[in-house]
Design a binder for this molecule. Structure first.
Ligand code: ADP
Ligand code: NA
Length: 327
């Protein structure tokens, strides 16, 4: 086992899609077996930076726990918990917020993007990178698996660790990024964009609980091009190449192997092959999500146990922070 503490969070957006699975969650499952200490948080405090329906939020939290367990997150190897159940996150966030300048946040790309979409964003949306820093530093985390879109937020966590250590004496290690090496999965309808839960187009996104028929239909309708031969050329042939990426990742074979399996197939026939690879990999996950969803009491129990283990780690760190600050 590697020494170090891994922390990562995911918003409770309900059942994850193929992009989340291949870009993040699959890696989470490997990391829990590689590092001596691993924490995964369902970051519900981050979810309310934009308006949420309370009932749906509750369902989405439980669907996310069920999905994480079904994907192979093992609560014996990783502390799996709901962020809002560990109040130390919010407390540390306040303290770190007092060490963060306004301009430092104003230039972060997600604020620029989301506040523009909403005309005016909430204070929570503005400061949520500080909460992210608190999520990480609260456990003195050393490694943080992130997508490229989150690198600047991790840099804020690194800055805040440095600023705190400088002002109050060494306490936090500077957390390092574990960048996911997998290629971004693209929308099935618009292969220049990434696959996303918020894609308004139906048929663009494959969710982990999609039935085999839904998967087949979405892949059959996916946008390719007018060349029938299958090649891997993301620049010029993003649609077909996305299918090759999905096929390779789901069948755990190389891109070269995936292309060679497509020899002699036109894109229509290849789509069936890709569908088989996706359905084969997703079927056990889908069935497990369904089983777990039918027992919310069990899911709540998993979360309660995770929260109590997380709190055991968080409380002494926050206590130390408070003393250093002079409380
Ligand atoms: P979404 O774009 O659907 O809102 P999130 O932003 O909530 O997804 O991402 C959750 C995690 O999944 C992040 O680690 C992100 O990097 C990863 N992820 C999201 N979409 C993709 C994708 N299309 N391909 C690869 N990874 C993705
Ligand atoms: Na997003």
């Amino acid at each position: 086992l590697l020494l170090g503490r891994v922390f990562s969070g995911i918003q409770p957006t309900g059942v994850p899609h193929l992009g989340n699975y291949l870009g993040a969650l699959g890696n989470w499952v490997s990391l829990q077996n590689q590092y001596s200490s691993v924490l995964y948080s369902i970051v519900d405090l981050h979810s309310i930076t934009q308006p949420q329906d309370p009932k749906l939020l509750r369902t989405n939290i439980l669907d996310m726990v069920a999905s994480l367990l079904a994907c192979g997150i093992d609560p014996r190897r990783a502390v799996l918990f709901q962020q809002s159940q560990v109040s130390e996150h919010a407390e540390l966030s306040w303290i770190l917020g007092c060490l963060t300048s306004m301009p430092r946040l104003r230039h972060l790309p997600q604020w620029k993007m989301k506040s523009k979409q909403k005309n005016e964003g909430s204070v929570g949306l503005y400061t949520y990178p500080v909460l992210q820093a608190a999520d990480i530093l609260l456990y003195k985390s050393t490694h943080v698996p992130v997508g490229e879109d989150q690198v600047q937020h991790l840099e804020l966590a690194q800055d805040l660790a440095r600023i705190f250590n400088h002002r109050f004496g060494d306490l936090f290690p500077e957390p390092r990024a574990l960048l996911s090496s997998t290629r971004k999965i693209k929308s099935l309808r618009e292969p220049s964009a990434k696959m996303s839960k918020s894609d308004p187009q139906t048929m663009a996104t494959v969710f982990l609980t999609d039935s085999p028929d839904d998967v087949a239909l979405k892949i059959r309708r996916s946008v390719t091009d007018f060349t029938s031969e299958v090649t891997f050329d993301p620049e010029n042939r993003p649609g077909v190449s996305n299918l090759v990426s999905i096929h390779a990742a789901m069948a755990t074979i190389s891109v070269e192997e995936a292309v060679s399996q497509a020899t002699g197939l036109d894109t229509g026939a290849y789509k069936q092959l890709v569908t088989e690879a996706v359905v084969q990999r997703l079927t056990p996950i889908r069935l497990q999500v369904e089983r777990l969803r039918s027992d919310p009491a069990h899911l709540e129990h998993v979360l309660a146990q995770g929260a109590s283990r997380a709190r055991e780690l968080a409380a002494p760190v926050l206590e130390e922070v408070k003393q250093r600050v002079g409380f």
